[in-house]
Design a protein around this ligand. Structure first.
Ligand code: AMP
Ligand code: GLY
Length: 421
């Protein structure tokens, strides 16, 4: 089969490496891919948001199956457009991708169907939002309605910060039209868990749980980033909690989307907080998480392409989805300065004796040389019999990847290890 993967980050590299193991695969194209992905797929310089370009390429190259990985093309209707010309896809249609594309949609969905989440108010006018903040409980959380590259959430620890956030979103349009409508919600506390799931719209199969590390610096200090590392499984997510989430969150969400006429097929990502009042949904994503995918897929036993096609065909209930008992750790190596300003163009070299997967996120080819070309450059993923082994192995192998100005957290998985003790 000829497979097309839309996207070009570390997540897409992990998907491509796993899909490539399938005996069904003849060729994989990545649009646009990146310099590192080029080792595993044919990269074509068509942007992930260029829906017309993607469809044209898919038709011309007789693509048999497409995997749309990032949020933007899903929300823009890439799956709808590919389906229209007869190409089956992994990923939700636009009317279901809205579960990530609009926070107001997802909050209202959870309220309507009794799915546990933080209490909230929706505002479309700045005056009403500011007035509400006069006596809202603090801390509070301000969220832009639409996609904002993962930056549309402000945790306001003071009333002033909350007011500033509302002004910057609604008045100064810091996130463009994404912030013209906002959600102000209750501040929750507790460990966070990411649960990615496969679903064909009828059956939902959770993958191994994981934990992201969003802050730039050790001990969860510094600015929010796209994710500096991940571990799986997440030790806070016990079997009892998993059972509760299945009953109160996962199945009700799939049913709610069906009841709304918005059947979700693909990977539905549940961002959960384990609060003193039980697990609650912090966010839904309509796609694989990044860098969660880089620890979840290495633990998947079996044929990812077959599982994906079962999600498309509605046969997930008859398809085996198994994860290994071990653990995985991904350490992201970034360019110094990220998520602020940073320099690019440094050569990346990997020692021959590396014993880990390297998933490339921000790099380009210059002849034979691979050069850094992004904030998050790559992720080093190791698996082991348990979390401690995976963490040790990941850090041992980080030392085998070299580029100038590299920077990474030293404590990926440390909190999880402590929780295990
Ligand atoms: P999101 O972009 O929705 O994933 O939010 C980014 C981060 O903000 C989450 O991973 C949480 O750490 C935090 N967050 C979001 N909503 C809340 C909330 N209601 N209470 C506390 N923290 C939150
Ligand atoms: N790691 C969080 C996300 O993919 O949105």
């Amino acid at each position: 089969m000829k497979i097309l993967v839309v996207g070009g980050g570390g997540r897409e590299h992990a998907i491509i490496k796993k899909v490539k193991e399938s005996p069904l695969v003849e060729e994989i194209y990545a649009l646009p891919g990146n310099g590192g992905i080029a080792a595993d797929a044919v990269c074509v310089n068509i942007g992930a948001k260029d829906i017309d370009g993607i469809v044209k390429f898919a038709l011309e190259n007789k693509i048999d199956y497409a995997i749309v990985a990032p949020d933007d093309p899903l929300v823009l209707g890439a799956v709808d457009a590919l389906n229209e010309v007869g190409i089956p896809c992994f990923g939700p249609k636009a009317n279901a991708a809205i579960i990530e594309g609009s926070k107001i949609f997802s909050k209202n969905l959870m309220k309507k169907y009794g799915i546990p989440t933080a209490a909230y108010e929706v505002f479309t006018e700045i005056d009403a939002a500011l007035e509400y903040l006069n006596d809202a409980p603090i801390p509070t959380v301000i969220k832009a309605d639409g996609l904002a590259l993962g930056k549309g959430v402000v945790i306001a620890m003071t009333r002033e910060e909350a007011i500033d956030a509302v002004r910057s979103m609604m008045q100064d349009k810091a996130f463009g039209e994404s912030g013209s409508r906002i959600v102000i919600e209750e501040f929750l506390t507790g460990p966070e868990v990411s649960v990615l799931s496969f679903t064909d719209g009828k059956t939902v199969v959770p993958m191994v749980s994981s934990m992201d590390h969003k802050r730039a610096l050790d001990n969860d200090c510094g600015l929010n980033t796209g994710g500096m590392g991940t571990i799986a499984p997440n030790p806070y997510y016990t079997d009892a909690i998993a059972k509760e989430c299945m009953e109160k969150i996962f199945v009700p969400t799939i049913n709610a989307m069906n009841a709304e006429g918005r059947t979700f097929k693909g990977c539905l990502y549940f961002g959960l907080m384990l609060t003193p009042d039980g697990p609650k949904v912090i966010e839904y994503n309509c796609r694989f998480g990044d860098p969660e995918t880089q620890v979840v897929l290495p633990l998947l036993n079996g044929d990812l392409l077959k599982i994906m096609m079962a999600c498309t065909n509605g046969t997930l209930a008859d398809t085996s989805v198994e994860f290994s008992d071990g653990a995985a750790c991904c350490v992201v190596m970034a360019s110094s300065g990220y998520p602020g300003k940073y320099q690019s163009g440094y050569q990346i070299t990997v020692d021959n004796d590396i014993e880990a997967e390297v998933y490339v996120a921000g790099a380009k080819l210059d002849g034979e040389k691979l050069l850094t070309a992004g904030g998050r450059v790559l992720g080093v993923t190791a698996t082991g019999k348990d979390l401690a082994a995976a963490i040790n192995k990941a850090y041992a192998n980080v030392g085998k990847v070299n580029f100038e100005n590299a920077f990474y957290r030293n404590d990926i998985g440390a909190k999880a290890l402590k929780a295990l003790k």
